[in-house]
Design a protein around this ligand. Sequence first.
Ligand SMILES: NC(=O)c1ccc[n+]([C@@H]2O[C@H](COP(=O)([O-])OP(=O)(O)OC[C@H]3O[C@@H](n4cnc5c(N)ncnc54)[C@H](O)[C@@H]3O)[C@@H](O)[C@H]2O)c1
Ligand SMILES: *[C@@H]1O[C@H](CO)[C@@H](O)[C@H](O)[C@H]1NC(C)=O
Ligand SMILES: *[C@@H]1O[C@H](CO)[C@@H](O)[C@H](O)[C@H]1NC(C)=O
Ligand SMILES: *[C@@H]1O[C@H](CO)[C@@H](O)[C@H](O)[C@H]1NC(C)=O
Length: 250
Amino acid sequence: MSLMMNGLLGAASGFGLACVNKFVEEGAQVVAADMNEAGLAAAYHSAPNSHITIVTANVTVQADWEKLVELAVSKFGGLDILVNNAGTSYKNKPTLEVTEAEFDKVMSVNVKSIYLSILSTLPVLKERGGGSIINISSIGAMRPRPGLVWYNASKSAVANATKGLAAEFGKDQIRINALCPLLSGTGLFEQFVGVPYNEENINNFLSNVPLGRLTDPTDIANIAAYLASDEGKFITGVNWEIDGGRSVGA
Ligand SMILES: NC(=O)c1ccc[n+]([C@@H]2O[C@H](COP(=O)([O-])OP(=O)(O)OC[C@H]3O[C@@H](n4cnc5c(N)ncnc54)[C@H](O)[C@@H]3O)[C@@H](O)[C@H]2O)c1
Ligand SMILES: *[C@@H]1O[C@H](CO)[C@@H](O)[C@H](O)[C@H]1NC(C)=O
Ligand SMILES: *[C@@H]1O[C@H](CO)[C@@H](O)[C@H](O)[C@H]1NC(C)=O
Ligand SMILES: *[C@@H]1O[C@H](CO)[C@@H](O)[C@H](O)[C@H]1NC(C)=O
């Protein structure tokens, strides 16, 4: 199995980095791409691994996608799995204060990236006789709230495209699913929730999460690996809530 992923976190945490570690553990060969060159180098330099090829790429640029696909083919002989993880948001704020540049960026990184990924990877996935595409969306796609309207709308576009693509490419045995994680980590808390990261605000947030905690990156990596593997071979067009029950909470 060879595997290509984009948008991997350059830090010691994050969904992308957790996915790379899990997929390599499961025997995959991975092209780990991110636009953050320094972050990539820091995340992977201490663990040189012939199963990981790191590459700097911008998911909003078509030429970069062509480069990633060529790399997967030349290094690993083909492509079976794509994890679209790169994502961005602006800070939670009144919608009338969102700038045009912020709107364009969120749509470009979260939605156009998927469009470009499909154009460049579908032909190679088809050549292999099938494949699995996993998008990282957000629970915000299912449960929009004030303050992050366009971020959440960008993730809803992903959710809808996931279903449409699954319908179109099922005949090619290409499965397309999305994971919708709950909030994770400390750094993004204020960005997403709009209030500082402190005990009171965390407890307020967690009071609506039946399983009582935030997302751990390994939660996402484990489900991504399952969907990419043969064990998930009858699952396509699903937007899977990985949220500790948040979407059924208050
Ligand atoms: N952290 C959360 O609470 C949370 C919750 C739900 C969904 N998500 C989604 O999960 C995904 C991963 O986020 P994360 O939490 O691991 O942290 P993150 O935001 O740090 O990771 C995103 C990575 O994408 C990269 N990236 C951004 N724009 C890019 C571009 N144009 N080209 C290439 N790479 C680019 C960044 O450099 C970064 O390494 C995102 O799609 C995010 O929207 C996150
Ligand atoms: C990524 O590409 C977009 C154009 O699509 C550009 O606006 C942005 O600055 C680029 N980011 C980096 C870090 O190269
Ligand atoms: C949007 O998504 C964020 C992050 O998942 C979430 O906190 C928020 O409640 C969602 N809804 C809106 C519109 O902000
Ligand atoms: C996507 O669009 C279809 C209509 O084409 C609609 O039935 C469906 O509910 C939408 N799904 C999502 C997740 O938005």
